[in-house]
Design a protein around this ligand. Structure first.
Ligand SMILES: Cc1cc2nc3c(=O)[nH]c(=O)nc-3n(C[C@H](O)[C@H](O)[C@H](O)COP(=O)(O)O)c2cc1C
Length: 319
């Protein structure tokens, strides 16, 4: 057995941190966000070894895809700017990696998919479903992939609802989460549309932007794609606002994502209404240990306030 073949211990076994997303039991609310480490069973295993309560694989499409040339990720003082371009090995290969992950680790695993048309989302969902992920997350919000009509799918409520229905059908018994963009106009209403179309959960948010960083010496944009999506600490207030708006419109669980590297960040998302908390850039900023350190901080918060479980304070900021 490899040193990575471990069950999540990030909550230190603190049962007060256990949560459920669409019937899936997570030992703690931290979730490795899509696109960070999640290309293979082994790389996702690092997050498990360091306490993640669930892992999300990188988004995959129908065919393998190369993505944008380097530099595709640039760090700056307050986060990251990226235009990876959805590089991935294709849905067939991803299904194999997910199946392998399931055979090695006990922590829930989420697939993430994208498509170029509404129907293609269904085709990709059916393929990754073969790897038996615990949940399929639908990336309708990538700033680098546009619909045939020239806008990201996730900005159009009609297309988002159609994708939700198609993926739900293809996923059969596997729960489906729709991942929304902070650029969506009326994100709460859009989440409600997804719920009405059958979504089992909402993930919010994807990256913010696009933004640009210019190298003053080179006098040109740093990213090869010139523009990219912003993530990390800078976007936490946007994520908190989005989760707050979504929570006021839906009853399905929310995986709040964006800018989390410490327990107090995760708590803001939970107080806004998130059931679980995605961590992406925080892995780069704080290392894999970010999952266990966030969990320790959450346990300390429960101790300090004499609370039985994290669930007690979910959505408390709405009062
Ligand atoms: C390098 C990088 C790659 C990403 N790739 C994906 C992806 O493939 N699919 C997806 O849904 N989100 C992707 N994201 C977005 C993250 O999953 C997350 O929603 C976003 O970065 C906000 O969370 P964070 O501030 O914790 O990073 C990516 C983010 C980064 C930084």
């Amino acid at each position: 057995m490899s040193t990575l073949d471990v069950t999540s211990t990030g909550s230190g076994g603190d049962p007060r941190l256990a949560v459920r997303i669409a019937g899936i039991a997570l030992p703690n609310p931290t979730v490795l966000a899509s696109g960070i480490l999640g290309m293979s069973a082994s790389s996702c295993g690092f997050a498990v070894a360091h306490g993640a309560g669930a892992v999300t694989f990188k988004s995959c499409g129908l065919e393998p895809r190369g993505g944008h040339p380097c530099p595709a990720v640039v760090p700056y003082e307050h986060g990251l700017l990226n235009a990876i371009g959805l590089s991935n090995p294709g849905a067939e290969r991803m299904a194999e990696e997910i199946a392998q992950f399931r055979s090695r680790f006990e922590v829930p695993v989420f697939a993430s998919i994208f498509g170029r048309t509404v129907d293609e989302f269904g085709t990709v969902a059916a393929i990754v479903a073969g790897g038996r992920p615990d949940l399929i997350e639908v990336n309708v919000s990538c700033p680098n992939v546009e619909s045939e009509f020239g806008t990201p799918f996730g900005l159009d409520p009609g297309l988002t609802a159609a994708i939700t229905r198609v993926v739900k059908k293809a996923a059969k018994d596997i729960p489906v989460a729709i991942k929304l963009s902070p650029q969506a106009h009326g994100i709460g209403r859009l989440a409600r549309t997804c719920q009405d179309a059958g979504a089992d959960a909402i993930t919010a948010i994807n990256t913010v932007g696009p933004g640009m960083i210019i190298d003053p010496e080179l006098r040109r944009p740093v990213l090869s794609n010139r523009v990219g999506g912003l993530s990390g600490g800078a976007i936490l207030p946007v994520a908190v606002r989005c989760v707050y708006e979504i929570a006021s419109q839906v009853t399905i669980p929310i995986i709040g994502t964006g800018g989390v590297s410490r327990a107090e960040h995760a708590l803001q998302l939970v107080l806004a209404g998130a059931t679980a908390v995605g961590i992406g850039s925080g892995v780069r900023e704080g290392g894999d240990a970010v999952f266990s350190s966030v969990c320790r901080g959450l346990s300390a918060y429960l101790d300090r306030h004499g609370l039985d479980c994290l669930e007690t304070v979910r959505g408390a900021a709405h009062a």
